[in-house]
Design a binder for this molecule. Structure first.
Ligand code: SF4
Length: 364
């Protein structure tokens, strides 16, 4: 049986309701989730919305916001330090300032793709004569898995290069940036961990409607409808559209593991800059497993995008990928120039996948 959340008629009726309710000249709604961007583009939801309702993608793809300096530091560790670097598949092709991990691998570095941190730990336990560094990226969705392994205990030849990032501080940064954003669609899977209440203070402090949404077409349209309604009434609160998966207080076990393993720190977001309290570091008792401490490396500062790349604007929702001069020409998923074209959750990669076939054939 077709889920009601995929029902085309219900989606269309919700779009009609949005048109009826959205009385602002322009209602600009941001989401911060690669999966939402994929669902919106894949299902053609933007085409169903009235012209005055815009849904823009913010920094919702962890691969896209991974600083090039971190990639460079890992490449050097693997190439010059003889260290085994493990990470997820889509991180490999992310351009650093000097090279990507895939290029380092092609030059002889031992860079291995793993499905999860436990695979990397398994390798380290088997190859005790080698040093392993696992590059842990992702938002609150993946951070608990890393935390659980830290709590269980890491092998002596294993360290972590932590690049986990937190979503609420990024939303706060966007709200303080002065950009016109009338409401936020909050990410469903991050919210299963942190809970819908995690956005309450932000919504009330900045008077911004927010809606936690699932990933089916109707989930997203209902979230947009709620934000339009809140906007019309001049009120702001957090609506939990995804109550079938997200609790108000989140997943207490996962949050407890993160609290035990990590401390909050400032973090650099590629294309954006440093966002206060938006990252995670190992607690002092596990400092010997912190790759930056162990190898005396620092990847912070001087972040810049590749020449001609507009990923910074794409990540802040001020530019659609198609408006980047390199989109579909010099920059394609096969030959990415910027990080937003690498991951399947990258805004540019998604736009390219669903863009006009003519554009794609021009690029081939
Ligand atoms: S099309 Fe490529 S170069 Fe342009 S913003 Fe997107 S990823 Fe960056």
């Amino acid at each position: 049986m077709l889920s009601k959340y995929k029902d085309r008629d219900l989606v269309k009726k919700t779009a009609e309701k949005i048109e009826e309710v959205a009385d602002a000249e322009t209602l600009r709604i941001m989401h911060v989730c690669g999966t939402h961007e994929w669902a919106i583009t894949h299902n053609g939801l933007r085409d169903l919305l009235p012209e005055n309702v815009q849904v823009v993608a913010g920094p919702g793809c962890p691969v896209c916001v991974t600083p090039g300096g971190e990639i460079d530091a890992l490449c050097r560790l693997a190439l010059e330090g003889g260290v085994v670097v493990t990470t997820f598949g889509d991180v490999l092709r992310v351009p650093g300032r000097e090279r990507s991990l895939a290029e380092a691998k092609a030059s002889g570095a031992d860079v291995r793709v793993v499905y999860g941190i436990s695979d990397a730990i398994g390798m380290a336990r088997q190859e005790t004569g080698r040093e392993f560094v696992h590059f842990a990226i992702g938002f609150e969705t993946t951070a608990p898995t890393t935390a659980v392994e830290v709590i269980k205990g890491l092998p002596p030849n294993f360290s972590l290069f932590l690049s986990h990032k937190l979503i609420p501080p990024a939303i706060q940064y966007l709200l303080e940036s002065g950009a016109k954003i009338d409401g936020f669609i909050c990410p469903g899977h991050v919210s299963t961990i942190i809970g819908a209440d995690a956005y309450k203070d932000l919504s009330s402090k900045y008077s911004k409607p927010m809606a936690v949404a699932g990933f089916e077409p109707l989930d997203i349209m209902l979230a947009i409808l709620n934000i339009a309604l809140q906007n019309r009434k001049g009120i702001a609160y957090v609506y939990n559209e995804y109550a079938r998966a997200v609790r108000a207080s989140g997943n207490k076990i996962a949050l407890g593991a993160m609290e035990k393993a990590f401390q909050v720190s400032d973090a650099e977001w590629r294309g954006i800059g440093t966002i206060q309290s938006s990252g995670l570091r190992l607690r002092q008792e596990n400092i010997k497993h912190d790759a930056e401490w162990k190898y005396g490396i620092s990847a912070v500062g001087g972040e810049r995008m590749p020449e001609g790349c507009s990923c910074g604007e794409v990540l802040l929702g001020t530019l659609r990928p198609e408006s980047c001069p390199l989109f579909g020409k010099e920059c394609t998923p096969e030959r990415p120039v910027g990080p937003c074209m690498v991951s399947i959750e990258g805004t540019c990669a998604i736009a390219f996948k669903y863009s006009d076939r003519r554009l794609r054939s021009q690029a081939e």
